[in-house]
Design a protein around this ligand. Structure first.
Ligand SMILES: [Zn+2]
Length: 768
């Protein structure tokens, strides 16, 4: 080959490539625009990595967290439903900053008479309202809730100046707390406990017809706010929707209640011999090695007997907890109490505990402890072995609320003991969910006040995994299909929300106070997004390793959203910026369709379009390098020339190339496709997703191809793919297994599936 010709060929080829690629773009010269590419990295959205939090998503070399230790004496007056307490808080400043004052949270003040929380919602008259809500809003006598702070003193008994702003109290310490210093102070208080079945609160009591009460008590003490490198003091008010942000610490809590109460809470019971009978103590010890089934510390018969009494003397239960972010307890004379031992790793045994009144049976004795055990096993497998000594599931009407080692759960049978599947699976699911919260946010301690999804979304995702495992280990509990009826997690379940009215959808990355449909926003959508990430985008191995890395990096620490997003990439080498941006920072949805198919044939002579270009440029056919041409079946080129030529002629240049460059053995192994299809896919939805395609051929065989999400990186609206095959394609389906939460499947098939329109269905219904 002459050197000159070689150079020319190179030149021609380059200029032809440029012309062809231009033809794929728009004809009008575009105005300049800023970088809106959905695959650009998230430098604008993410905070800059620093010494506290690294670019990999791990805690940095200067990472710190504050510590708050509590010693408390609490007394419950069952007659007046009043809690009185005094506490010593020891606060350790591990930050490099000097603190001029301390912020303490007074969450009960959300129920104070002067609380602004009930006045914060506009919206006017709704078409209908739940009777309880309605009565609560317009007919309820004002409840005298909120903390009554009796004193705030230093350890020498001197009053500390303090200012209460709604649910936050600033304590002005005598001199700034220097880095590394500790400061201890005392608070005394009391408050009226609310009836949570009327109030829909996260703690309180339920009143039974016989006058007995079950108390599920939390937010009962002034609690330290979080101070960290991200928010400074997290003193955003408690309005009711955004939950809590709390530092870790050690607790010693003595709780005095009527002597005939059964009490359990966060931490390890320090004085079992003082509060349990000899018989109970024997059972309590026996439970510690009972791995197969629970041991009843208090049986239903005993509980029925207990609830008839009315002790006037008192007992003090002493509990001690290490490295927890909060403390809660439950107490009543109505309680049945059962415990079972669970191995969460080879050498770690913890206790699965259930506490419920007889009103919870027969459902609770059947399923509560089983659900606790399953949760500890599945979550430990996906994150880390459960580090606390126990996990308690308490039955409280209408409640689903979590605290370290203890949670409140709904699910009550009818009075005759019957129950629906809805009640049963609702109860198992809520127990899995609330026990699961021990991991997120009690141990992986994210800021709930700011980011609802970091605990609710991640936890709902793990709940989904646990429900599937529960169905496998308890086939008798589920239907003949062996599947657990999970309410959230499957992609199809989030479609209605994501295609809904954009005026009532907020991005996941929003403060929980500011979103619409909190359940879909903070629970269902992030859970589904993570499920899709695991099943479709990353695959189990990469996802599970990265997810476990996140949990282990941030166990007993305070992660931010970026720490999660970054770790998932860091441990997997999957670029996920596009995924976080679209699923977490926007309200876009998924909608991908197949637009059409064009069939092409090979030709070895220039087609009409190439001839045109040659003329435009004043070039001759002899200037062209070796080229293969594809001509569309419906073009004149095909009809007038290619279809009339022999196959040998059409494949001439291609065959020559193959003959010159490959051995006969190599050529024999080659596929020799005859048909070339240009398939056009469009994307009306904003979210780019891997393009999952099922091709069906004339002989009935199928082929699945998943094109990586990056296929959308240069054109967010439409892509064209060339599929070369020896068999004619008869149909194409996008996302055949409904993995991507595609909101409109009417455009997912070629040839178009003529489904019944909504109008047709409506017409039929009217006529029938
Ligand atoms: Zn939750």
């Amino acid at each position: 080959m002459h050197k000159f010709k070689y150079l020319l060929a190179g030149f021609c080829f380059l200029s032809f490539s440029a012309v062809f690629s231009q033809e794929n773009g728009s004809e009008e010269p575009e105005q300049g625009h800023s970088n809106t590419n959905k695959f650009r990295q998230m430098y604008e959205e993410f905070s800059t990595p620093n010494m506290y939090r690294t670019a990999s998503g791990a805690p940095g070399p200067a990472y710190y967290q504050q510590q708050a230790d509590y010693k408390m004496d609490i007394e419950l007056n069952d007659e007046s439903q009043k809690i009185t307490g005094k506490e010593t808080i020891t606060y350790t400043n591990n930050s490099p900053d000097k603190l001029e004052f301390l912020w303490v949270q007074l969450d009960q003040n959300v129920r104070a008479k002067d609380s602004k929380a009930p006045l914060r919602n506009g919206g006017g008259v709704p078409p209908a309202e739940e009777t309880a809500n309605f009565a609560n809003k317009y007919y309820k006598a004002p409840f005298d809730g909120g903390f009554n702070i009796q004193s705030v003193k230093d350890t020498k008994g001197r009053n500390l100046p303090h200012t209460i702003n709604q649910t936050m109290m600033r304590i002005d310490i005598p001199k700034p707390l220097e880095p590394g210093e500790k400061y201890s102070f005392n608070i005394e208080w009391w408050y009226n406990v609310n009836n949570h079945t009327i109030d829909r609160a996260r703690s309180g009591y339920e009143l039974f017809p016989d006058g007995n009460k079950n108390y599920v008590i939390a937010q009962f003490y002034p609690r330290m706010a979080v101070y960290n490198d991200v928010e400074g003091w997290q003193n955003h008010q408690f309005w009711g929707s955004g939950e809590f942000a709390l530092p870790f610490g050690n607790f010693e809590v003595n709780i005095t209640v009527p002597a005939d109460h059964i009490l359990d809470g966060t931490g390890v019971l320090q004085n079992p011999k003082e509060v349990l009978t000899d018989e109970m103590l024997k059972r309590y010890e026996k439970a510690k090695t009972s791995y197969k089934k629970p041991v009843f510390i208090v049986t239903e018969d005993e509980a029925r007997e207990n609830e008839k009494g009315h002790a006037t003397d008192k007992k003090t239960w002493r509990l001690k907890a290490e490295n927890v972010r909060d403390f809660a307890f439950t107490t009543s004379r109505k309680y049945i109490w059962e415990m079972q031992a669970v191995k969460t790793s080879e050498n770690k045994t913890v206790m699965a505990v259930s506490i419920y009144p007889k009103e919870g049976n027969p459902l609770w004795e059947e399923y509560s402890t089983k659900a606790v055990v399953q949760t500890l096993k599945t979550y430990s497998h996906h994150t880390f072995a459960y580090p606390y000594p126990k996990a308690i599931s308490v039955h409280a009407k209408n409640q689903g609320m979590e605290y370290p080692m203890i949670c409140w759960n709904y699910g009550r049978p009818n009075e005759d003991g019957t129950y629906s599947d809805r009640t049963k699976f609702g109860m198992i699911s809520v127990i899995i969910h609330e026990v699961g919260h021990n991991y997120f946010p009690m141990i992986v301690n994210s800021d709930e006040r700011q980011w609802g999804w970091m605990d609710e979304g991640i936890n709902t995702f793990c709940q989904y995994l646990t429900e599937q495992e529960f169905a496998k280990s308890h086939p008798e509990a589920v239907g003949p299909d062996g599947k657990y009826p999970s309410r959230r997690g499957e992609p199809s379940k989030i479609v209605d929300y994501m295609k809904g009215d954009q005026n009532f959808i907020a991005p996941i990355m929003s403060n929980p106070e500011n979103v619409f449909q909190l359940g879909a926003n903070a629970y269902a959508k992030p859970a589904t997004a993570l499920n899709i990430l695991r099943e479709t985008v990353m695959g189990h191995d990469l996802f599970d390793y990265a997810f476990q890395t996140y949990a282990q990096r941030w166990m007993f620490k305070h992660p931010t959203p970026e720490d999660f997003f970054r770790t998932m990439e860091d441990a997997s080498a999957v670029d996920l910026d596009w995924f976080w941006r679209e699923w977490f920072y926007t309200t876009d949805h998924v909608d991908i369709g197949v637009e059409g198919v064009k069939k092409y044939y090979v030709s070895s002579t220039p087609n009409a379009r190439v001839k045109e270009i040659l003329e435009e440029r004043g070039m001759a056919e002899s200037d062209l390098p070796d080229l293969v041409y594809l001509v569309a079946e419906d073009s004149d080129d095909y009809k007038n020339e290619v279809s009339k030529r022999s196959e040998e002629d059409n494949f001439k240049s291609l065959n020559e190339y193959l003959m010159d460059n490959f051995t006969p053995t190599e050529r024999a192994k080659m596929e020799k496709p005859k048909y070339f299809y240009e398939v056009s896919f469009n994307k009306p939805g904003g979210i780019p997703m891997p393009l999952i395609v099922e091709y069906t051929y004339k002989d009935g065989t199928k082929k699945d191809i998943t094109y990586p999400v990056e296929i959308w990186r240069k054109n967010d609206k439409e892509v064209k793919i060339v599929e070369a095959t020896n068999k004619e394609i008869t149909s194409i389906v996008v996302d055949p297994k409904a993995e991507t939460a595609d909101v409109d499947t009417s455009n997912n098939s070629w040839p178009e599936q003529k489904g019944e329109s909504d109008f047709d269905k409506f017409k039929e219904k009217v006529q029938n």
